[in-house]
Design a protein around this ligand. Structure first.
Ligand SMILES: C[S@@+](CC[C@H](N)C(=O)[O-])C[C@H]1O[C@@H](n2cnc3c(N)ncnc32)[C@H](O)[C@@H]1O
Length: 238
């Protein structure tokens, strides 16, 4: 059994094994994008981070999706963040075994610069949205607000300033922290107060913070112990 509103320091597959079938109302998760390169780039005085950590190499989503399907209720929903090259895999799995619903775009107003000037900047990240089973869509929680607030695009800056967490040396605490505004919108739309939301790639706990602010329960894990410590501190100050 697993504890609610508690971060577990664990590998996601080990953790998910302990989650009962049909336990979770909603999955909001941000797994590795497999986009890291071995070396960061220094250009004049500017450092461009290309290596997010060992965790961003060789991630295989298939066994994780299988477990997520099992722990999610039949009419439960999933939002999974991904990079451009991962979109075909996620959509093909959701079309075949789940109920694919939409592809959402997070458009960053401040993408990392392209120093080589030989390609476009990567200004978008993506969120693939699906329901677990091919149920009537109206049986899934979907708190639709106004038409003009329900576009499948979120336009906001990548984290900077106060929202970007810093470590004890004043450096960025996590290289791929996601904005609370985007997470809160997904959670508000696809769950109700008291529901259980799962994130098995917690990073510095943005999903947990969004849930706490919205009075949803959350469960999840993170592989890196240092990030687990930051999550605990972050939640304690809320
Ligand atoms: C993209 S980041 C998530 C960032 C998070 N959304 C946030 O705002 O802080 C992915 C996280 O998954 C963790 N991770 C990678 N492989 C994992 C695994 N097998 N099990 C659990 N966590 C893992 C990494 O340590 C990293 O912190």
């Amino acid at each position: 059994m697993i504890k609610i509103n508690h971060i577990e320091h664990a590998d996601c597959l080990e953790y998910l094994k302990k989650v009962p079938d049909n336990f979770v109302d909603l999955v909001v998760t941000d797994p590795p994008y497999n986009v890291s390169q071995k070396n960061n780039i220094k250009y004049k005085n500017f450092n461009v981070v290309k290596n997010f950590g060992d965790w961003d190499f060789g991630f295989d989503p298939i066994p994780v999706l299988k477990e997520l399907k099992r722990v999610l209720k039949p009419n439960g929903q999933i939002y999974i963040f991904c990079a451009t090259k991962q979109i075909p895999l996620y959509i093909s799995v959701f079309e075949k075994d789940w109920f694919f619903r939409n592809l959402l775009v997070w458009n960053k107003t401040n993408p990392a610069p392209r120093m080589s000037k030989t390609n476009f900047l990567f200004a978008n990240e993506y969120i693939v949205y699906a329901i677990n089973e091919k149920v009537k869509p109206s049986s899934a929680t979907f708190n639709f607000s106004r038409q003009n607030e329900m576009h499948n695009i979120f336009i906001t800056s990548a984290l900077q300033g106060k929202e970007r967490l810093k470590d004890e040396n004043g450096k960025t605490a996590h290289p791929t922290q996601k904005p609370l505004s985007v997470l809160k919108k997904l959670i508000e739309i696809s769950s109700n107060k008291g529901d259980i939301v799962l994130d098995c790639f917690m990073g510095v706990g943005s999903t947990a913070v969004a849930c706490k602010e919205l009075r949803r329960n959350w469960v999840g894990c993170e592989l890196d112990e240092k990030y687990c410590g930051i999550i605990k501190e972050r939640l304690a100050s809320k």
